[in-house]
Design a protein around this ligand. Structure first.
Ligand SMILES: Nc1ncnc2c1ncn2[C@@H]1O[C@H](COP(=O)(O)OP(=O)(O)OP(=O)(O)O)[C@@H](O)[C@H]1O
Ligand SMILES: [Mg+2]
Length: 157
């Protein structure tokens, strides 16, 4: 994986297992509380990446895409994990009504697909995972936003 201090981590993901593998490494580098944004077009592999993280946490069940429910909750390794998919959010204000603030507490690990739908209400992420489609493969970029995110980047190098 090409890395440089402070620079985004970029890597090519030729197939789904490689997405799951990098997600496993990513999860192991996360501190207990962390806000992770996942960006990329429809079908880029955002949910696949979250599935890889949940598997790394020991979760063996089905990982549902929370497209209609907006959020799926897990309790893994004694910590709350929330997986959001905001694709269907029509107004960022809806996040206030659903009590987003409670989900974003410091001890929680939050994964948010389609964070652009919540812009204006969502705080900045600690780390962003960006997946670009390239034919039948993917390109992954991991960007540290906060100092927490920078530590995650250090750990996955
Ligand atoms: N590195 C990869 N190379 C090729 N295909 C991949 C890769 N990673 C994941 N995929 C495939 O991409 C497809 C879509 O994945 P996924 O549902 O995770 O996308 P998504 O970004 O969550 O989409 P949406 O925006 O609709 O929620 C799946 O069929 C998955 O197997
Ligand atoms: Mg998805």
């Amino acid at each position: 994986m090409a890395t440089q201090a402070g620079k985004p981590v970029k890597t090519h993901l030729p197939d789904e297992p490689s997405t799951l593998e990098i997600a496993d490494r990513f999860y192991r580098a996360l501190p207990s509380g962390c806000l992770v944004f996942l960006r990329g077009n429809l079908g880029a592999g955002k949910t696949t990446f979250v599935r890889g993280c949940l598997r790394a946490a020991g979760y063996q069940g089905k990982v549902k895409s929370p497209t209609f429910t907006l959020v799926e909750e897990y309790s893994l390794q004694n910590r709350p994990v929330y997986h959001f998919d905001l694709y269907r959010l029509t107004d960022p204000e809806e996040l206030e009504w659903m009590g987003m603030r409670d989900y974003l507490r410091p001890d929680a690990l939050c994964f948010i697909e389609w964070p652009e739908r919540g812009e204006g209400v969502l705080p900045k992420a600690d780390v962003e995972v960006v997946i670009d489609i390239e034919g039948s493969t993917r390109n992954l970029t991991i960007v540290a936003i906060s100092s927490i995110g920078a530590k995650v980047m250090e750990a996955i190098k």
